[in-house]
Design a protein around this ligand. Structure first.
Ligand SMILES: [Zn+2]
Length: 437
């Protein structure tokens, strides 16, 4: 897949550009390889020639000899041309064939399999597998403008630009390996000739010392890795240059940890293996950060096995809980005494005129026969206990002025609390007083 920006006719701002120097001879060899032109270097002279029957559209001469060493440039032998004329001969073929020279960084992975094992090797997946969940490569062209060095005719200077003609910094050059490149021929170039020509048009190729323009194709990889454990999967995305791509850490949302070691917990979630712990009650794998401490046994347990005691506000294993005989709530065994929870046992005395009591006395006039009241609120529940000489009633409402959710009664001195089923509420409490509204 190729990505090219719309060309903008910008002159390269050569003054800011990083300059790399190279021997003219080495550059001539590089250009000849890119164009599939024969090149023989001997005695400071490069002999370049091509088979004209294979390239009927290429102009004469079919052969040229170029001085590439200082002493040969200073006094060229017969039929040996100057670096300027020789490079013009090569550039002319480049514009006919590829539109410019095309190359790629030698140390750049060119295909997915060249870096996928590097990615996979970074992870450990307990009882699961990993695979690529899509990956595509994007060609990003850079430009290298080559000129003859002003101070030494046997050297060339390369300046590097991105596709918007901004100079490329030295660190970026090193990161992408743009200064160590190998030629791509017409057959192996990932860019089409019109794409190369579009890029080449942005660059000034009319300068006196101009030698050639090389389009360097850097590659980016974008995709995702998928980890499968059981029937769950998790993914990490990556997008970077193929040359510098490293495995991204998996972010475990449940624990907040970044890791390369993945495991599944009992509920199926894929998490950081470092965040996994065993439930000390059932032994199943859970997140350490989600374990709760049972206030009765002191064990660190799976939260699914525990509940918060509404009276003590502490976590407790469900099998360490029992039902209060009065309010019928499931509470920690530590909150119970004689089968009645602390909230019911320690209800403070209340006056008949206190808000909670008064409200219920208005609703259920039968309560006006009771003389002694206790009332308290715990969590969302309001408890009102009404005591008569023979019978005690416990009314639990959902919040202040909320509906009645529970009614229990206790009769006689030695009696125990018993829950009154809702179907019998009316017979115990009498008819509700009509609403004032
Ligand atoms: Zn209770």
């Amino acid at each position: 897949m190729n990505e090219l920006s719309t060309p903008t006719a910008v002159e390269p701002s050569s003054s800011d550009a990083v300059v790399h120097r190279e021997a003219l001879a080495a550059f001539v060899e590089f250009a000849a390889t890119a164009l599939e032109v024969r090149c023989a270097l001997a005695d400071g002279v490069a002999t370049l020639d091509f088979e004209h029957r294979e390239h009927p559209a290429w102009p004469r001469p079919y052969q040229t000899r170029v001085a590439v060493a200082s002493e040969k440039i200073a006094s060229p032998p017969r039929k040996v041309t100057s670096p300027s004329d020789g490079s013009h001969w090569l550039w002319n073929l480049a514009t006919l064939e590829l539109g410019a020279l095309v190359a790629h960084p030698t140390s750049q992975p060119e295909s997915v399999h060249e870096f996928s094992s590097r990615l996979f090797g970074a992870y450990r997946v307990e009882n699961g597998q990993m695979h690529l969940a899509g990956c595509h490569l994007i060609d990003v062209p850079f430009l290298r403008a080559t000129t003859l060095a002003a101070d030494d005719p046997a050297m060339v200077e390369h300046r590097y630009f991105d596709q918007t003609m901004q100079p490329v910094s030295e660190s970026y050059l090193q990161q992408l390996g743009l200064s160590d490149i190998a030629p791509l021929t017409f057959q192996s170039s990932p860019l089409s000739r019109p794409q190369v020509e579009t890029l080449a048009r942005q660059c000034d190729t009319a300068g006196e010392r101009f030698v050639a323009l090389t389009v360097i194709v850097a590659k980016r990889a974008e995709g995702a890795l998928q980890f499968d454990i059981g029937d769950q999967c998790a993914r990490v995305r990556f997008h970077d240059w193929t040359r510098t791509l490293t495995a991204p850490a998996f972010h475990c949302a449940a624990s907040g940890m970044d890791t390369f070691h993945l495991a599944a917990i009992d509920d199926g979630r894929i998490v950081a293996a470092e965040a996994v712990a065993n439930c000390e009650e059932s032994g199943v794998r859970v997140l350490e950060s989600e374990r709760v401490t049972c206030s009765v046994t002191g064990k660190h347990v799976d939260p699914r096995l525990a509940a918060k005691c509404p009276v003590l506000g502490e976590w407790v294993l469900k099998d360490q809980m029992a039902t209060c005989r009065a309010c019928q709530q499931s509470v920690s065994r530590l909150a119970l005494e004689g089968g009645v929870c602390r909230a019911c046992r320690e209800l403070p005395l209340a006056k008949p005129t206190d808000t909670w009591v008064a409200g219920l006395r208005e609703t259920y006039p039968v309560l006006k026969k009771y003389r002694k009241f206790r009332a308290g609120k715990l969590g969302d529940l309001v408890r009102v206990m009404a005591s008569g000489w023979w019978r005690r009633l416990l009314l639990v409402t959902a919040g202040e002025n909320g509906p009645l959710v529970l009614l229990a009664r206790r009769e006689g001195l030695a009696g125990t609390w018993e829950k009154v089923p809702p179907s019998e509420w009316q017979s115990v409490l009498g008819a509700k007083a009509p609403d004032n509204e």
